[in-house]
Design a protein around this ligand. Structure first.
Ligand SMILES: Nc1nc2c(c(=O)[nH]1)N[C@H]1C(S)=C(S)[C@@H](COP(=O)(O)OP(=O)(O)OC[C@H]3O[C@@H](n4cnc5c(=O)[nH]c(N)nc54)[C@H](O)[C@@H]3O)O[C@H]1N2
Ligand SMILES: Nc1nc2c(c(=O)[nH]1)N[C@H]1C(S)=C(S)[C@@H](COP(=O)(O)OP(=O)(O)OC[C@H]3O[C@@H](n4cnc5c(=O)[nH]c(N)nc54)[C@H](O)[C@@H]3O)O[C@H]1N2
Ligand code: SF4
Ligand SMILES: [Mo]
Length: 749
């Protein structure tokens, strides 16, 4: 079967295969033929006369290529681009639903200035609308004042990597760029960095060809990542076995052949016992291990002590089950342990990097690293960066110490990341120096561990600028608000990041010539700000259009040529050539990670328990999931997503709840050592009696989000943050934020 044919499922097959996955692909919901627009009458889609505009989805980083159907200046329908190797003609429910965000009447529509100097959750900011000129000028003046009085480092930036903004930061002289990945995937990144890639983790899994999928909390079917979900679904149709370990019966667990409710934070013991069985019984792929790895002898003697009987005590999983799964995993090739982001190997526990290390090790033992059925290293086109295209003049000297301590992370500091778990402490205690201003883009207070404390940190700043598309709670704290266009209103291009079996780019063109509101793209905001701050010399000749064009020219095309592409894509299908060499000191996959050893970390994943254990005061483990229809905290005001999933719950075991006198729907108080939240209880059988699950994304406290405000509670209020000193003591090479390494109590409200 060709790459495309293999995804051709008819609707009935799809629903038969997995109800959860069908829902996620928009199948179960029925892709809306009539857009339920809020301010206009619904328009019927006329496929003949509608204009089709190529785009790619910006709801998550998957970037699925889209065909947007535009009629009378209005987007009436979105389809997945059938030529995209990732989307293969489909979007997930979050992608389809994004039209409701585009047309959300609550969007921020105009630059705004705060007139109420008091900031707080119950303070009306008393915003007044201002012109773009006034907005940019106000920020430029204030930033220059702060720079003069306190130094450039007193200005901080919170956003995902952006070349223009990073250059502005260097020109201002600040090292303080804080991004979110230590809450999301740096633990896996560190393990892959040290053992395989030298440059991060792979995102592409060839699961469709996997015969045995072993998931440690990796909820690929429930997370509606279009490409992964299609892959798993196809694998299941082809007869693959799916085994899921998860304290909570996630959607993936409910579709699995076997669900094992392991004790939270103990998966490392399970994987160590698997390594024990596979190495002692010599079940590993000898050819792959010999040719492509180093350190097998060290692993064999290291794993001797980790028997399944030892792991049974820690994990609550019987030794014979561990032994059987280890054998099945080694004897059902190709077998693979996928780990995308926030599963057990994501930054949830203090031992998560070690779990990620042991998973890379197990995948190497069965030979599924860059081999069919395994995790594939990216095949992306090589695009030049900003400095290669627009060489900058010399930058001023600057302070290198950061407020979140990221500069002191031995391995992870080389990545554009940041520590959202330590930044509140840095700001509140002015360590190592006072920070006076922040420019935030695409993050909200709900993004941060201990959100309440982070809210205090944002309040402490003299000046807060927020770039947003909807009026979040962080917007309510802002001094200046820059409204941005919805991604469908912008132009850009992108790699097939989460399914890149060959180099392919997708183009994004604006769905209409004019934006719905008085918005400006982030790149333009930064260029205008630099100019007004007197830093225009760092951006001579720079524009978003030229940047895109030059990058495309470097790979033999151009913006004009790409725009003419009949498919909206660039790059032809290519045969896959498995990697023979890996980017480590030895050029092989290092089972014994010399890179970790060099920095004083464990080269092998020695057992280490999680940080906080259940106690009399806090007897429950804490796990987080996210509902299939929502994207983090970004879609609770999206009308369709809100209709399907309006609030979150404290999800607990029904028998345990009965024992405690808690009934389904009762209001309960869930408490951790940092805070408490009030929620409704939801009772199910599919969760361990000692565990509480709370879905992330709810608990909005912005009155301007008319649907989302006041619904549910924020899981992040329960998550502890750290000082830089406390964090360093954790000695985690992956610098994970320990998002659920905390225990809870629950009682009736
Ligand atoms: N629908 C939807 N999809 C999304 C997102 C979204 O917001 N909504 N967000 C995207 C992003 S940024 C991310 S990071 C990913 C996150 O997607 P996932 O990586 O799937 O993370 P979670 O949704 O947090 O689910 C984690 C699962 O791990 C389980 N778990 C927790 N602790 C343990 C443990 O100790 N052992 C085991 N075995 N399991 C454990 C939890 O019970 C839960 O089922 O999803 C992406 N896709
Ligand atoms: N408590 C708790 N905290 C968490 C997590 C958790 O599970 N629990 N998960 C962590 C993880 S895995 C991740 S990835 C992070 C994600 O953290 P975020 O990236 O902050 O996640 P979102 O809530 O999806 O998005 C934040 C904001 O971006 C805005 N936005 C969307 N598009 C645009 C745009 O084009 N321009 C601008 N300016 N803004 C835009 C949205 O309106 C939304 O308000 O959160 C982390 N924080
Ligand atoms: S997987 Fe991500 S990029 Fe793809 S359609 Fe869903 S939300 Fe959009
Ligand atoms: Mo994430």
């Amino acid at each position: 079967m060709s790459g495309r044919e293999r995804f051709k499922l008819d609707r009935r097959d799809f629903i038969k295969t997995t109800v959860g996955a069908g829902l996620a692909a928009g199948v179960g919901l029925g892709v809306p033929k009539f857009v339920r627009a809020q301010e206009q009458d619904a328009l019927p889609l006329n496929e003949e006369s509608a204009k089709v505009v190529p785009s790619f989805c910006g709801v998550c980083s998957g970037g699925c290529a889209i065909q947007a159907y535009v009629q009378n200046g209005r987007v009436v329908h979105l389809k997945g681009n059938p030529h995209d190797q990732a989307a293969t003609g489909r979007l997930c429910v979050k992608g389809y639903n994004t039209l409701e965000t585009l047309y959300d009447p609550d969007r921020v529509k105009q630059p705004m200035k705060r007139t109420n100097p008091n900031k707080g959750e119950n303070e009306d900011p008393k915003f007044v609308e201002i012109s773009w000129e006034e907005a940019i000028e106000t920020v430029a003046e204030k930033f220059n004042e702060i720079r003069e009085e306190y130094g450039g480092h007193a200005i901080s930036f919170f956003h995902r990597s952006h070349p223009f903004s990073e250059r502005l930061g260097r020109a201002i002289g600040t090292p303080n760029f804080i991004a979110h990945q230590s809450t999301c995937f740096t633990t896996q990144e560190a393990a892959w960095h040290a053992m395989v890639t030298g440059s991060g983790k792979p995102w592409t899994y060839d699961l469709e060809n996997t015969k045995y999928i072993l998931s440690f909390g990796c909820d690929l079917l429930g997370k509606a990542k279009n490409m992964h979900m299609q892959n798993v679904t196809n694998a299941l149709r082809k007869g693959a076995k799916l085994v899921v370990l998860d304290p909570y019966q996630s959607i993936t667990a409910s579709k699995a052949h076997e669900w094992i409710p392991i004790k939270p934070g103990t998966d490392l013991a399970f994987t160590l016992a698997m390594i024990h069985v596979i190495t002692q019984e010599k079940l590993y792929d000898k050819e792959f291990v010999e040719k492509y790895t180093t350190g097998i002898e060290e692993v064999i003697s290291f794993a001797r002590r980790y028997t399944p009987e030892w792991a049974e005590e820690l994990t609550d999983v019987p030794a014979d089950v561990i032994r059987r799964i280890a054998r099945e995993f080694a004897q059902t090739p190709p077998a693979h342990i996928p780990s995308h982001k926030r599963d057990a190997a994501g930054p949830n526990y203090v031992n998560s990097t070690k779990l990620a290390q042991s998973q890379v090790l197990l995948n190497a033992l069965v030979g599924t690293i860059d081999r069919p059925g395994g995790a594939m290293l990216p095949r992306n086109p090589r695009l030049p960066g900003m400095d290669a295209i627009f060489p900058p003049p010399a930058f001023p000297d600057m302070v290198t110490k950061r407020i979140d301590g990221w500069d002191e992370e031995p391995i992870m500091h080389t990545y554009y990341r940041g520590n959202m778990a330590t930044v509140a402490d840095g700001i509140l205690n002015e360590k190592p120096y006072p920070v006076k201003a922040a420019l935030v883009r695409g993050y909200n207070t709900l993004t941060f561990p201990n959100a309440k404390r982070m809210t205090e940190a944002f309040k402490k700043l003299d000046f807060l600028v927020v770039c947003e598309i909807i009026p979040t709670e962080l917007v309510q704290l802002a001094d200046i608000v820059f409204p941005e266009p919805h991604f469908l209103e912008t132009s850009s291009f992108a790699n097939r990041g989460y399914h890149s079996m060959y180099p392919q780019l997708a183009i994004r063109l604006p769905v209409s010539e004019t934006s719905l509101h008085n918005t400006k793209g982030f790149g333009s905001i930064i260029l205008e700000l630099a100019d007004k701050m007197g830093l225009g010399r760092y951006f001579e000749g720079v524009s978003g259009g030229k940047f895109d064009d030059e990058r495309l020219k470097a790979i033999g095309t151009s913006w004009e040529e790409f725009k003419q592409s009949p498919t909206g894509l660039w790059g032809d299908e290519q045969a896959l050539e498995p990697r023979e060499e890996f980017n480590t000191p030895s050029g092989k996959i290092e089972l014994y990670a010399t890179v970790f050893e060099k920095y004083g970390f464990d080269p092998l994943p020695t057992w280490q328990p999680k940080l906080e254990m259940p106690s009399e005061e806090y007897p429950f483990y804490f796990v987080i999931n996210r509902p299939i229809v929502h994207k983090m905290a970004a879609t609770q005001n999206n009308r369709i997503a809100h209709e399907i999933s309006p609030e979150n719950h404290a999800v607990m075991n029904a028998d345990k709840a009965a024992e405690m006198g808690i009934k389904d729907g009762d209001e309960v108080i869930v408490k951790s050592k940092v805070n408490e939240v009030k929620l409704k209880a939801r009772l199910i059988q599919g969760i361990r009696p000692d565990t509480i699950m709370i879905e992330h994304g709810f608990g909005h406290r912005s009155k301007a989000l008319r649907l989302a405000d006041g619904k549910g509670a924020n899981d992040g209020d329960l998550i502890p943050d750290f000082s830089v000193e406390e964090f360093k003591k954790l000695r985690d090479p992956g610098a994970g934020a320990c998002m659920t390494d905390v225990c809870l109590s629950i009682r009736k409200a």
